[in-house]
Design a protein around this ligand. Structure first.
Ligand code: C2E
Ligand code: MG
Ligand code: MG
Length: 568
């Protein structure tokens, strides 16, 4: 038999129970309420749990007040009558050294008739559990990457802030919706790791800049919300928002490179009675306006923005339905060979025809289609329809070498596009080089590396690539060498000045010289007058399109034009 056990008191004796209590990790005690308050017994676990030895507690019964606090003790006055008080309770306690911990307390009253004579109890250290709970709560309410409050906590703080405005001295609440400009570009070109580092740094700058009482939260992605209380006017809100925008904008040293970023900020003002959702969507609408107006800006929500946002939602719904019901049609504008004077190509231009309503031009819905991603199914339909049309013309006019141009949006430049093209070309038995895809300069500048990769993929298929609206974008001719371009479409802004503005002739002449050097074809857009046509011929421009030749035509009208064999 092991030594220790030989010395144990006989089981069932008072000493045997005392020994159990002395060795228990929980603190077991009996506190006398009457006649003179004090501990009858405290087990030695008190030393580890509260920092006070049993002897200290016997000597000074008021230490209990220091440990659990007066409020808790006041609560205990009803003990013995309120059955809830005998249930296990989590109690915050203060140790001798001032540190705070949590115990779970189970108490039993010792009554003499109505009178509470003493309290017997067990206290268990639950600081570990409390720590785990705190971590979980923190996680549920904070963003993992930046440690900022997340949407849930932000919503909670916002509704509290709104409620506080019910007191008149409290001013208004400003909600600042902040979105980094071109963050996607950072992510795509420098990698997610770098993007994350940038977000962490932005979060740090935001958090440091706050006034006491303000909240900054991350909603996800590159979207942050700042809640400011005590705002007294729209002007005040604007000043705050501009300060926040300035703090975020500028250079960041991340991943051993310097990144410059700016933020677009939308502001909405609210008070008691406004809902958090309405305020956030108002701030969001203002933020979109800031983006639309050129990024790096602050915009305030004005009530008409709400109708704008609603209009936008309605338009989005209508466009989705239009995709489902195929409410689109293509018209075709002829491209003329200026040397021979005949039609050699057609540019497919989309129209939206809602039943019973006026036709909607692309300028009024392509941007929405791009924002919503609907441009992908729409673009596929355009390619399919345009190629089918080209097949028809090739069959009907076998001796005319017709080609087709189709406009592409940046968002369509995905690997899926290649599959679509392969299929559409095969179905219509078309040589790849009878199809030209038009993209704008901005596509190349937005996202150069992946743009280049996608364009090389298209080139490998054998389709031709055109830069549309050339000269209106970044006008940096040097990058053209990097891209496998076949055609430059000179924007009509240059053509319209021909004949009266010497500069435009010089610019077009320069473009033509450069294009010859790069072995790139040139199409002049927007030729409206015979004078412009004459000037282009003098300059040696090989191709042109514009109202002077023909407006965009329905397929039947285009048939007639081809049948007629008109020359200019
Ligand atoms: P774009 O590709 O530069 O097309 C030329 C635009 O100029 C067409 O407008 C055309 O009708 C117009 N135009 C042609 N000749 C003249 C002229 O002599 N004078 C004037 N003032 N305008 C002329 P449209 O059809 O409204 O298309 C506007 C833009 O919408 C297009 O510009 C193109 O960027 C885009 N777009 C059209 N169809 C599609 C499409 O299927 N997909 C995509 N992603 N974009 C498209
Ligand atoms: Mg075009
Ligand atoms: Mg154009």
């Amino acid at each position: 038999m092991p030594d220790g056990l030989q010395e144990r008191p006989a089981w069932g004796s008072a000493d045997s129970f005392r020994l159990l209590a002395e060795n228990a990790p929980d603190c077991i005690f009996r506190y006398r309420v009457q006649p003179d308050p004090g501990f009858d017994y405290v087990s030695p676990a008190s030393t580890a749990m509260f920092g006070y030895t049993p002897e200290e507690l016997y000597q000074d019964p008021t230490l209990v007040i220091a440990i659990v606090g007066e409020e808790y003790l006041a609560d205990m006055n009803d003990f013995g009558h309120d059955p809830r008080l005998t249930e296990p309770r989590d109690v915050r306690v203060e140790r001798k050294d001032g540190s705070v911990t949590w115990i779970e307390q189970r108490l039993t009253p010792v009554l003499a008739g109505e009178h509470l004579m003493a309290v017997e109890g067990i206290a268990r250290d639950i600081s570990e559990r409390k720590r785990a709970e705190a971590t979980m709560t923190h996680r549920a309410l904070h963003d993992v990457l930046t440690e900022l409050p997340n949407r849930n906590l932000m919503l909670d703080r916002l509704s509290q802030a709104l409620a506080r405005t019910a007191r008149d001295d409290h001013g208004l609440v400003a909600v600042l919706m902040l979105d980094l400009d071109r963050f996607k570009l950072v992510n795509d070109t420098l990698g997610h790791q770098t993007g994350d580092e940038l977000l962490i740094e932005v979060a740090r700058r935001l958090a440091e800049s706050l006034r006491p009482g303000d909240t900054v939260a991350r909603l996800g992605g590159d979207e942050f919300v700042v809640i400011c209380e005590g705002v007294h006017s729209a002007g005040h809100a604007r000043v705050l928002a501009e300060r926040v925008a300035a703090i975020v904008s500028g250079g960041y040293r991340v991943a051993r490179t310097e990144i410059f970023t700016s933020a677009s900020v939308g502001v909405a003002l609210g008070r008691d009675g406004d809902t958090t959702e309405a305020l956030l969507s108002d701030a969001d609408a203002a933020m979109y306006l800031a983006k639309e107006r050129g990024r790096g800006r602050v915009e305030l929500f004005l009530p008409d923005l709400r109708t704008r946002a609603e209009t936008r939602l309605a338009a989005e719904k209508a466009l989705r339905a239009a995709v489902d019901h195929r409410e689109f049609a293509l018209v075709f504008q002829p491209v003329v060979d200026l040397e021979m004077g005949n039609v050699v190509s057609a540019e497919a231009l989309i129209r939206w025809q809602p039943p019973g309503q006026e036709t909607i031009p692309p300028a009024d819905f392509i941007a929405l289609a791009e924002d919503t991603g609907l441009i992908v199914p729409i673009g596929t339909w355009v390619l399919t329809d345009a190629c089918a049309q080209l097949r028809e013309w090739k069959d009907a006019f076998p001796r005319k070498p017709m080609t087709m141009s189709v406009n592409l949006s940046a968002r369509q430049l995905t690997p899926d596009l290649l599959d679509t093209l392969v299929k559409v070309l095969a179905v219509n038995r078309l040589e790849p080089d009878s199809l030209t895809l038009e993209i704008t300069e901005s596509v190349l500048m937005e996202d150069t590396d992946s743009a280049l990769e996608n364009l090389l993929g298209l080139k490998a298929l054998g389709v031709r690539l055109a830069i549309d609206d050339f000269g209106t974008g970044y006008s940096s001719l040097s990058y053209l060498k990097r891209f496998p371009i076949d055609v430059l479409k000179v924007d009509r802004a240059f053509v319209s000045g021909l004949g009266n503005d010497g500069d435009d002739a010089a610019i077009i002449s320069g473009m033509l010289a450069m294009a010859r050097g790069l072995r790139v074809e040139v199409v002049a857009e927007g030729v409206e007058t015979a004078a412009q046509l004459g000037a282009l011929r003098v300059l040696g421009c090989p191709f042109a399109q514009g109202y002077h030749f023909a407006k965009p035509l329905s397929p039947a009208e285009f048939d007639d034009l081809l049948a007629e064999g008109h020359r200019w």
